[in-house]
Design a binder for this molecule. Structure first.
Ligand SMILES: [Fe+2]
Length: 337
C-alpha cells in the first residue's frame, strides 16, 4: 500500500489539474517499476495498492524500497514545492498468508503498516509486524480467540485516541532498550515488550471525548482515566499466556515515592517491569504532542526525567535509561551527551 506524502499540499499550491496529472504520471511509473504479472491499482485519493504475486516479505520490502527511491529521484513537475523539495511516498508492506488470513485482512494489515510509515517519518517503507504474531506460537487454542479480541481492542484505541497513535510501539521500543541495557534475560525482555504494547488497553473503556480533550481533565474525568490500569489488567487476565504482564499493566502509573495509582506502592515494591514501563511511557508522552501539551525536545525530556528521578521514577533505572537512549536513532533530533 502506497501513499503520496503531502499530496494535499501539492494540490493546494498547484491546483487539482496539476494534481491529477501527477497522479497519472505516478501510476504509470508504478506500473513500470513492477513485473507485468503484478497488479497496480489506485486505492483511493493519493493511495495506491500493488499486489505482488509469489512474493514474500523480503521481496515485498525490496520492491517497495526500489519504488520509494525511484519516486524520490524522479523529476516530477512541481516537486520543488513539496516539504522535502521532492515527491516522496510512504509504503506499508504486508504478506499473505504470513500476516493475514483473508483478502480483507491483508488490506487491513497493509494499511496499518502504511499508517506506521506515515506516522513515524513519512518517505519510508514499513513492514507489517505484530507482537501478536510472536505470541501466537506460544498460545493454546483457548487463548487465541481472546487474543484476537485484544488485538481488535488495540485497533479501537488507535482509532479513538489519535494522540497516542504509535505510542504503544514507541513505548515497546524504549522499554526494550532499557531492559537490554539492564542485562535482563531474553524471556523477561519479551514479556516487558508485550506488557508495553498492551499497557493502555484499559483505555478502550474510556470515552473519546475524555481521551482527546483539549484542556485539563475535570476531577470526575480524571478519576475515570485513573481506572485504566485496573481495567487493562481485567481485560488481559483471562489470557493464560499473558499472566506475567498483569503487574506491568496494573502498576505502570505507580510512582517511586508512593504517590502513584492504583495502589500507591513505594520503591522496589513496584514490580521492576512496571518501573521500566513507567519511564518509557512518560518519556514518550513528553516527547510527543498531546492535546494540551507541546512536545519537549529529547534533551528537555532527559532533564525532566532527571528532575523526577527518585520521586516519580526509580533513580537507577533513570540513569540506565539515559544511557540506553544513546543506542536509539532518533528522526530529527540528537541527544546531547
Ligand atoms: Fe497508562
Amino acid at each position: 500500500m502506497l501513499d503520496i506524502d503531502y499530496f494535499r499540499h501539492y494540490n493546494d499550491v498547484l491546483g487539482y489539474p496539476a494534481g491529477d496529472k501527477l497522479l497519472s504520471e505516478f501510476a504509470n511509473m508504478l506500473s513500470a517499476l513492477v513485473r507485468t504479472r503484478d497488479i497496480v491499482t489506485r486505492y483511493g485519493g493519493e493511495e495506491f495498492a500493488i499486489i505482488l504475486t509469489d512474493a514474500d516479505s523480503k521481496l515485498g520490502f525490496e520492491v517497495a524500497e526500489r519504488i520509494r527511491t525511484s519516486i524520490e529521484n524522479y523529476p516530477f513537475e512541481g516537486r520543488e514545492i513539496q516539504p522535502k523539495g521532492k515527491l516522496t511516498v510512504s509504503v506499508g508492506v504486508a504478506t499473505y498468508p504470513a500476516n493475514a488470513s483473508s483478502k480483507e485482512d491483508l488490506l487491513r494489515v497493509a494499511e496499518e503498516a502504511l499508517y506506521r510509515a506515515k506516522h513515524t517519518s513519512k518517505s519510508r517503507v514499513a513492514l507489517y509486524f505484530s507482537v501478536f504474531d510472536d505470541l501466537k506460537t506460544e498460545l493454546d487454542q483457548s487463548d487465541l480467540s481472546l487474543l484476537n479480541t485484544i488485538k481488535t481492542l488495540i485497533t479501537v484505541i488507535n482509532a479513538k485516541d489519535k494522540y497516542t497513535f504509535g505510542h504503544s510501539e514507541r513505548v515497546v521500543r524504549y522499554s526494550s532498550v532499557l531492559a537490554e541495557q539492564l542485562g535482563l534475560g531474553e524471556e523477561q525482555v519479551k514479556y516487558i515488550k508485550y506488557g508495553a504494547y498492551l499497557h493502555d488497553i484499559g483505555k478502550t473503556e474510556i470515552g473519546r471525548d475524555i481521551l482527546n480533550k483539549n484542556e485539563p481533565l475535570a476531577l470526575d474525568e480524571w478519576s475515570l482515566l485513573k481506572c485504566h490500569p485496573q481495567w487493562g489488567a481485567d481485560i488481559v487476565k483471562p489470557v493464560n499466556a499473558l499472566k506475567q504482564i498483569l503487574p506491568q499493566i496494573l502498576y505502570h502509573h505507580e510512582r517511586f515515592d508512593g504517590g502513584g495509582y492504583p495502589n500507591g506502592l513505594v520503591g522496589t515494591d513496584i514490580p521492576l517491569n512496571a518501573r521500566i514501563l513507567a519511564i518509557a511511557d512518560s518519556f514518550d508522552a513528553m516527547t510527543t504532542v498531546r492535546p494540551y501539551q507541546k512536545a519537549r525536545s529529547l534533551n528537555e525530556a532527559v532533564q525532566e526525567l532527571l528532575r523526577c528521578s527518585g520521586t516519580q521514577f526509580d533513580p537507577q533505572l533513570v540513569e540506565s535509561f539515559i544511557k540506553s537512549l544513546k543506542t536509539i536513532q532518533f528522526e530529527n533530533e540528537e541527544l546531547v551527551s
